[in-house]
Design a protein around this ligand. Structure first.
Ligand SMILES: *Cc1c(COP(=O)(O)O)cnc(C)c1O
Length: 363
């Protein structure tokens, strides 16, 4: 932990923190942050470069502060996926969905925010930085989220914001649309549905609830299935009043002209970018059975990662041993579990081979 100089007027609630983030360590198989392992095509890279060149000729000027073109394109994209009828007024875009989450806390964090642990660790962390009170809710022993239990916890806590991540990170399972609807009906504040991995799941998106339940806010990202993590683009889909609230807390010109240009081109290539989802889903099921055959316990997953347990050494030990063999996966801080992102064919093979060797050393 940091010991901060006494002259530094750092906020009291930040003094105990250390900077958080997944280790960025060179490895031959990078399977720790749930990225899509498949890089953009040469053709897409060319198209982005061309549009960036055009945008560069105007970099003396500020970008479109409201990202209208991008928000229109995102609305069309979501309507195509979900059969909805949204316009740019239902969409807010930012530098990754993490910025979206931060803006939600800034705009609506007047009371407690509730999440169901284990889930995405950035939700409580961003809440803390934004000085929003975080209430730790619970899940069933198998990490599933039961609607009746969720509603009971909401009634007890009375949060202004309830976070449900589906499919959940780091556990992988999805909440059904019917259960989300029940939760939405029983939620006084906003129900924030983090759908970072929605494209990997068979469930219908919660965006289809927004017309009937204006308190439902859906967060999506281009970082995972969409294979565009490096560009930093996330967005939310919600009632226009929610989007208008985002205008109050965003920094002026927060989304650069270069980011907007790149994201607009990427959306024109969405078929290519989402084209690997079927492969990743198939490879996920293959890896699931391989882990099972190694005697491990693997949770069912509707995402692009697997959470597994059943090894004898500690999570930290096995994580390090895999890294020593060039395989970087994720210790999510759950005792006895590790999380692995589905990689490309070579990475998956290397992971299984290395894991087999590491488990052999346990005997
Ligand atoms: C990866 C992830 C995100 C975020 O990412 P951005 O790259 O900031 O868009 C958001 N929520 C969950 C649950 C995630 O796993």
């Amino acid at each position: 932990m940091n010991s901060w100089p006494t002259w530094l007027p750092l906020r009291e609630n930040l003094r105990e923190l250390s900077a958080y983030g997944a280790p960025q360590i060179p490895a031959s198989a990078v399977m720790n942050t749930n990225e899509n392992p498949y890089a953009p095509s040469e053709e897409l890279a060319e198209a982005i470069s061309e549009r960036i060149k055009e945008a560069s000729l105007h970099l003396n000027r500020y970008p479109d502060r409201d990202a209208n073109t991008l928000r229109n394109k995102l609305a069309t994209f979501i309507n195509g996926l979900s059969g909805t009828n949204f316009t740019s007024e239902n969409i807010w875009a930012a530098n990754g969905s993490n910025e979206i989450i931060q803006s939600i806390f800034l705009a609506f964090g007047s009371g407690a925010a509730l999440g169901f642990t284990p889930s995405y660790s950035m939700h409580p962390l961003i809440a803390k930085v934004a000085q929003v009170q975080w209430a730790v809710g619970t899940r069933a022993a198998d990490f599933s989220l039961d609607a009746t239990s969720a509603i009971a916890q909401i009634v007890e806590t009375r949060p202004v914001l309830t976070f449900v991540t589906t499919p959940n990170n780091p556990t992988g399972s999805a909440v059904s649309l019917a259960d989300l609807e029940k939760i939405a009906q029983n939620c006084d504040g906003l129900l924030i549905v983090d759908e970072a991995y929605a494209e990997f799941s068979d469930e219908i998106s919660a965006v289809t609830l927004i017309n009937r339940y204006p308190n439902v806010v859906v967060i999506r990202t281009m970082s995972k299935a969409f294979a565009f993590a490096g560009a930093r683009v996330g967005y939310l889909v919600a009632h226009p009043a929610v989007v208008q609230s985002m205008f109050l807390v965003r920094l002026p010109y927060h989304l650069s002209a270069l980011t907007q240009a790149a994201a607009e081109v990427a959306l024109d290539f969405s078929d290519e970018l989402l084209g690997t989802v079927a492969t990743l889903r198939k490879d996920r099921e293959k890896m699931r059975s391989e882990l099972h055959n190694l005697g491990l316990v693997v949770l069912p997953s509707s995402s692009n990662f697997l959470l597994f347990s059943g090894f004898k050494q500690s999570s930290a030990q096995l994580w390090q041993r895999l890294l020593d063999r060039g395989v970087l996966i994720r210790d999510v801080g759950l005792l006895g579990y590790l999380r692995v992102t589905i990689g490309n064919e070579a990475e998956n093979k290397k992971f299984i081979e290395s894991l087999t060797a590491c488990l052999g050393e346990e005997q």
